[in-house]
Design a protein around this ligand. Sequence first.
Ligand code: SF4
Length: 60
Amino acid sequence: MTPKVDKEKCIGCGACVAVAPNTFAMGDDGKSEVTNPTGDPEATIQSAVDGCPVQAITLE
Ligand code: SF4
């Protein structure tokens, strides 16, 4: 499963970066992006998906 961030939906809250810092980082545009789709354990990435307040992260 590969996480993807929908930048149209992302509000730049930083929650996913706090939960899974080896997978997500804040981009220059102030929105999250995937830096390494397998950077954190799957359960951690799932927690980031579940914790996104605007459901901007999907697993494909
Ligand atoms: S948790 Fe969601 S809204 Fe917040 S930075 Fe990550 S992708 Fe964006």
